[in-house]
Ligand binder design. Structure first.
Ligand code: KG4
Ligand code: ZN
Length: 325
């Protein structure tokens, strides 16, 4: 819930532990959880903000991209509320919301668009790895993305090979602390290609073959730390190098990052160090706003409302494969 850029209340229902049992997101379970959760969450957020439904000026939900049925639950619920209240509805692009999440911060949490400047934005999650040029608010162009696995998927799949439970990204991050990132030189796919694309499936395969040939590394705690640090370094190296290269090429003075993988300490540290060296300002989404959340959706929707953008029709369908254009 957002008013004049201030986040009045934000609640997230995480399904992490539910899906952990299956080693990945189970779409049918995700849908059922959304159905179960949306009304209690809406009530909770209204109560926390001290706002009555009739006081809402507009309603927003993610329209895509994402898992079809999970999207449909949120979209239809929000459209029904907007219909009942006779308020405009905004169907938000999930990645566009991520693009602006680094511009939300502080305590109390609020949008900081007065500080906005053109930037290159890295969105890294379990499902996406995108590099976007944000020339002005509302004006963005997709520069590149992953041609196979997302960075978070690579973290999770290599963590699984190392024997860590799903989602392994945060655990790999923890295990890498104190490990030697140069211990094992894993490949840096597409690092030197003249494009803004990423590829991570080869790295995962390299780790699989490495563990097949050196099973003792996975069993020895110190060498396991080195392995985690080395895998992490390979992923972070590619992400940071290509992001900064794009920023320099496009002449922007600012780099931003969001998405679950932006919680990774090595990624945050390396982005901070390299941006400082290159004289670029860095805006990282706060860890609580890196992962998917409704606050970034509401902030963007309020901006669209204020700018006089046309609302989304109440019968608009979800767009599971909506491209960022
Ligand atoms: O944005 P997100 O919560 O959900 C979507 O995928 O949409 O991102 C989750 C991903 C998972 O792959 C998870 O392992 C990864 O973000 N992740 C991390 C860390 N925290 C979350 N990966 C590496 N290090 C972390 N600290
Ligand atoms: Zn996301």
């Amino acid at each position: 819930m957002v008013r004049d850029g201030r986040v009045l209340a934000a609640v997230v229902a995480s399904q992490g532990t539910l899906h952990a049992e299956y080693g990945g997101v189970v779409p049918e379970l995700a849908t059922r959880e959304h159905l179960r959760n949306w009304l209690p969450l809406a009530r909770c957020v209204l109560a926390q903000a001290g706002v009555l439904p009739g006081e809402l000026a507009a309603v927003a939900a993610t329209r895509g991209p994402g898992l079809p049925n999970a999207l449909m639950v949120g979209l239809r619920a929000a459209q029904a509320i907007a219909f009942a209240l006779e308020r405009p509805f905004f169907g938000i692009h999930h990645h566009e919301a991520h693009l602006y999440s680094p511009w939300i911060g502080g305590e109390p949490l609020r949008a900081q668009f007065e500080q906005f400047e053109p930037n290159v934005s890295l969105i890294v999650s379990g499902g996406h790895t995108l590099l976007v040029h944000v020339a002005a608010e509302g004006q963005h162009r997709l520069l590149g993305g992953t041609v196979d696995d997302a960075a978070g998927e690579c973290f999770d799949k290599t963590a699984k090979l190392i024997g860590l439970p799903y989602p392994g990204g945060p655990l790999l991050d923890q295990l890498a602390v104190g490990g030697d990132p140069a211990a094992f030189p894993f490949p840096r796919p597409l690092l030197n290609e003249p494009n803004d694309d990423f590829s991570f499936s080869g790295l995962k395969t390299a780790v699989r073959y490495f563990l097949r040939d050196h099973p003792e590394v996975g069993r020895d705690p110190a060498r396991r730390r080195d392995l985690c640090a080395s895998v992490q370094a390979a992923i972070v190296d590619v992400l940071v190098t290509k992001t900064l290269r794009a920023a320099r090429r496009l002449g922007v003075r600012c780099v931003t990052a969001s998405g679950g993988v932006t919680c990774n300490r090595a990624l945050r540290g390396r982005l901070a160090a390299e941006c400082a060296e290159a004289g670029l300002r860095l805006r990282l989404a706060e860890p609580r706003l890196c992962t998917d959340n409704a606050a970034m959706v509401a902030v963007l929707a309020e901006r669209l409302l204020r700018r006089g953008c046309a609302p989304t029709p109440l019968d608009a369908e979800m767009l599971p494969s909506w491209e960022l254009t």
